[in-house]
Design a protein around this ligand. Structure first.
Ligand code: MN
Length: 252
C-alpha cells in the first residue's frame, strides 16, 4: 500500500473519530440545554415514559379494602386523578407542550412552565405511579433481593426504613407526598414534597428518581380515617406493591 493511501485512511479514521466526538458533544450540549444548563437538572436514567392519558386502574375500587375503602378509591381515581390528567392536557395545549413526549421530560424542566402545568403534571404523574405501586393486601408484605439489601444498607433494617418513611409522611405539613427515591449519587433516600411536586422536578428541594410515593393529601384518606393520618400510613404498608417498586429500582 502506498504511503498516501495509508495517510488518507488514517485521516479518515481521525476525522470520523472527531466527527463522532463532535456529535457526542452536541448531544451533551442539547441535554444540558434541556436541563436549563444546571447539571443537577439533567434528565436521569430510569425514564418510565409516563404518557399524558390516565391509565386504567390496575384493580377494582374495593381491591384494597380495608386499607383504602372503595369510595375513597373511586373518587380519588375518577375525580381527583382524572382532573389532573385533563387539566394537564389543557395546559399543555395552551403552552405548546408536545404531549407525545413522556411526562418525565416535562417534569425535568418544569420551571419553564406555569403553575397549572406544575400542579397537574405532578398530580398526573404522582397518581399514575401511586396506583401501580399498590396491590391487594397480603401477609408479610416486604421487599426482597437486591432492593431489600439496598434498603437495609441505607436504613439499617426494613423496619427502620418504614419508620423513617412513615415519620416523613406523618410530618408533611398540609398536602403532599412522601418518597423513597434514588438520588444522583445512586443512593436511596427518603424525603417529602409539598402539593403535587415530586423529585423529578427541577425546582424540587429533593431530586432523583422516585421508587415509591405515598399520597398524604386528605382526599386520599379522609372518608375512612378522618384526621388520623398516621393510621392510614401505618395500614398502607400492607398494600405496597414491592414487585413494582423493585421493577423501578432495577430500571434506574
Ligand atoms: Mn391524590
Amino acid at each position: 500500500m502506498k504511503h498516501t493511501q495509508i495517510k488518507s485512511r488514517r485521516d479518515f479514521i481521525k476525522n470520523t473519530a472527531a466527527g463522532t466526538a463532535a456529535l457526542t458533544l452536541g448531544f451533551a450540549s442539547l441535554q444540558s440545554l434541556a436541563g436549563n444548563g444546571n447539571k443537577q437538572n439533567k434528565p436521569m436514567s430510569g425514564d418510565f415514559n409516563t404518557g399524558f392519558d390516565q391509565q386504567p386502574l390496575p384493580y377494582k375500587y374495593d381491591a384494597l379494602e380495608d386499607v383504602i375503602d372503595a369510595m375513597t378509591m373511586e373518587i380519588h381515581y375518577t375525580k381527583h386523578a382524572a382532573a389532573y390528567a385533563k387539566n394537564l392536557k389543557d395546559a399543555a395545549k395552551a403552552e405548546g407542550i408536545d404531549i407525545t413526549k413522556p411526562v418525565e421530560s416535562v417534569l425535568a424542566e418544569i420551571s419553564r412552565y406555569s403553575a397549572k402545568v406544575r400542579n397537574n403534571a405532578g398530580g398526573h404523574y404522582n397518581h399514575e405511579m401511586f396506583w401501580q405501586s399498590m396491590r391487594p393486601k397480603s401477609a408479610k408484605n416486604a421487599p426482597t433481593g437486591k432492593l431489600l439489601a439496598e434498603i437495609e444498607s441505607s436504613f439499617t433494617s426494613f423496619a427502620s426504613f418504614k419508620e423513617k418513611f412513615s415519620d416523613t409522611a406523618k410530618n408533611r405539613f398540609g398536602s403532599g407526598w412522601a418518597w423513597l427515591y434514588v438520588d444522583a449519587n445512586k443512593g436511596l433516600k427518603i424525603g417529602s414534597t409539598p402539593n403535587q411536586d415530586n423529585p423529578l422536578m427541577n425546582i424540587s428541594d429533593i431530586k432523583g428518581n422516585p421508587l415509591l410515593g405515598l399520597d398524604v393529601w386528605e382526599h386520599a384518606y379522609y372518608l375512612k380515617y378522618q384526621n388520623k393520618r398516621p393510621d392510614y400510613i401505618n395500614n398502607w404498608w400492607d398494600v405496597v406493591n414491592w414487585d413494582y417498586v423493585q421493577q423501578r429500582f432495577e430500571k434506574i
